[in-house]
Design a protein around this ligand. Structure first.
Ligand code: NA7
Length: 535
């Protein structure tokens, strides 16, 4: 494709991660003229951008893939929790099978989208100079496509190497024998820290809030393991849509407090072996009731503290009194994170005690003094869920801008559409299950809802669909009610928008679980797309 073309499509998809690729494949199959614009130089969404040392998925590989049989039959991961290189190999395999990239324009960051009320079409401009005119705009920008840089004086003065984990150079950075600073201890910070600790001459981790990381039981997978996994993979896939978080397992339908301490401990021991099961496969009230939550926190804390030798570090990394309820900030999976603090080359700086004052040309100044570094890793996260959408200058009817509309908080009907922005859908977006859901599950199951909607419109000769303002408001109130019933508000998390200064505080994901979400969708669709104005 040339860079100055104007192309007309039925559907323009933005983003070539799991969600966008699923849309492309299936829209083509259903006879829509569809293409993808992708800011990155390759497929994979976050797996294109997040290529920092140690980047890997926290879901088990076999369940973190598309369910099409011809895709999984011929592919096997070499580790249970695959790293970014292997995920790229997976996307190359998908491309080879489905021939997707011929309909993807890479290195084309979408800058603006404007709705034309005369024609009911969107005009979309991208950074590569292209213009696309489309009936429907499907935004698959993911939850983490806009990195957040910390507001620390002197950040630009640093003369060493400094990168955000979400914008890591494709050619990589050699960490060996370097003095490395990592700012941030979320999933990305934990993963880089584990890698860096192996070979850095000095690693200093700047912690604002302790992460609650869970053990990743990583295994190599042989060919035989992969063949064995495939025996019941279809059954595992089929369970994904029936569970809260889109995995093949679900919450235990019991209170943590209704069982004996022995039974609870035995359950926690078992969950401890299962990655996110300790978080999203636990007793059903752990994320909702403080006392139940305490039982999970204490188990996590005691197991974690046992690995840290220094009592001061122990208290900073896994405090006796919880800093926030267990699991209402995204836990990370780790293998060696808590062990590296027993190494002589690893240091923790608690930013509450010793805040960063400024970045210097050769290091970082905190209240206690200066440290020199060769590399500063900014593992400071993303303007999550909404940032990828509001980064685009989207103008709907009557000149309404999406960014302005959501400046005081998100309103989104069923987490896929918002009033004044006709013929526009977002997937894995605000107020949908997204952040609480296994990515590929949402890409397919929520993706099907959008595909069916586009079929419905075409089959009935409609050319315009728009959510009604009341529908937005009612869905937002529903999400708020569910939020109040849980413990999410008690943490400053990206789930709550709390990691971005000035961002309205509101739960950005749907906390009712997939089955409830799909039930609400079915009620809407069965009632003739109730709550949408369709013309
Ligand atoms: P996260 O999970 O948002 O983590 C960002 C980390 O950076 C977190 O520890 C933050 O502390 C810290 N942070 C952010 N800004 C600052 C400043 N200004 N100073 C010091 N520390 C700061 O992002 P990740 O990239 O790790 O993970 C994102 C998601 O990707 C993750 O949830 C998975 O779904 C995969 P805080 O906790 O806000 O106090």
């Amino acid at each position: 494709m040339t860079t100055t073309s104007v192309e007309e499509l039925d559907v323009l998809i933005v983003g070539a991660g799991f969600a966008g690729l699923y849309q492309l494949e299936n829209l083509r199959k259903r006879g829509f003229k569809a293409k993808v614009l992708e800011a990155g130089g390759g497929m994979g969404g976050i797996w294109y951008w997040n290529c920092y040392p140690g980047a890997r998925v926290d879901s088990e590989g076999p369940i973190y893939q598309f369910t099409r049989e011809d895709l999984w039959k011929d592919f096997g991961f070499s580790e249970l929790y695959p790293g970014w290189q292997e995920l790229r190999r997976y996307f190359a395999h998908v491309d080879e099978k489905l021939d997707l990239s011929k309909d993807i324009r890479f290195n084309a960051r979408v800058e603006s989208a404007t709705f034309d009320e005369e024609t009911n079409r969107w005009t979309v401009e991208a950074g590569d100079g292209s213009t696309t005119i489309c009936r429907y705009l499907v935004l698959c920008t993911g939850f983490g496509s806009k990195p957040i840089f910390p507001d620390i004086p002197g950040l630009d003065d640093f003369e060493g190497v400094s990168h955000h984990t979400g914008l890591w150079p494709q050619e990589g950075v050699d960490l060996r024998d370097k003095r490395i600073a990592i700012i941030g201890t979320g999933a990305s910070g934990v993963q880089v820290a584990q890698e860096a600790a192996k070979s850095a001459s000095q690693l200093t981790i700047f912690q604002r809030t302790p992460v609650q990381a869970l053990p990743m039981r990583q295994f190599d997978l042989s060919d035989e393991d992969n063949e064995r996994i495939k025996l019941d993979l279809e059954e595992r896939f089929s369970r994904r849509g029936t569970t809260f978080a889109g995995f093949e397992w679900d919450f235990i339908p019991k209170s943590a407090l209704e069982v004996s301490e022995e039974e609870r401990t035995a359950t926690y021991e078992e969950l401890w072996e299962g990655g996110f099961k300790f978080w999203l496969g636990t007793y059903q009230d752990v994320l909702f009731e403080e006392e139940a939550n305490d039982t999970a926190y204490r188990f996590w804390r005691d197991r974690t503290r046992a690995r840290i030798k220094d009592p001061i570090l122990r208290e900073k990394l896994a405090p006796l009194k919880k800093a926030y309820p267990f699991g209402v900030k995204r836990p990370s999976l780790e293998r060696t994170y808590y062990d590296i603090f027993n190494q002589d080359n690893v240091e923790l700086v608690d930013l509450h005690e010793d805040p960063i004052e400024r970045i210097l040309p050769h290091g970082i100044r905190t209240a206690s003094g200066d440290r020199e570094f060769d590399i500063i890793v900014l593992a400071t996260g993303f303007d999550a869920v909404t940032g990828g959408l509001t980064a685009i200058d989207i103008v709907g009817t009557d000149g309404h801008s999406l960014k302005d509309k959501w400046s005081n908080g998100v309103e989104a009907y069923l987490g896929v559409a918002t009033a004044k922005f006709p013929n526009m859908f977002f997937l894995y977006g605000p107020q949908s299950p997204s952040g609480f859901c296994n990515g590929p599950t949402c890409a397919e199951l929520q993706g099907d809802l959008i595909l069916d909607t586009l079929d419905y419109l075409r089959d009935n000769g409609y050319s315009r669909i728009e959510s009604e303002p009341d529908s937005d408001r009612n869905w937002t109130s529903h999400v708020a009610e569910l939020t109040e019933a849980g413990l999410y508000e008690k943490a400053n998390s990206w789930y709550m928008g709390a990691n971005v200064p000035g961002k309205p505080r509101q739960l950005l994901n749907y906390p009712g679980g997939l089955p409830t979400y799909f039930q609400k969708w079915s009620e809407m669709a069965d009632a003739g797309y109730k709550g949408f104005a369709v013309t």
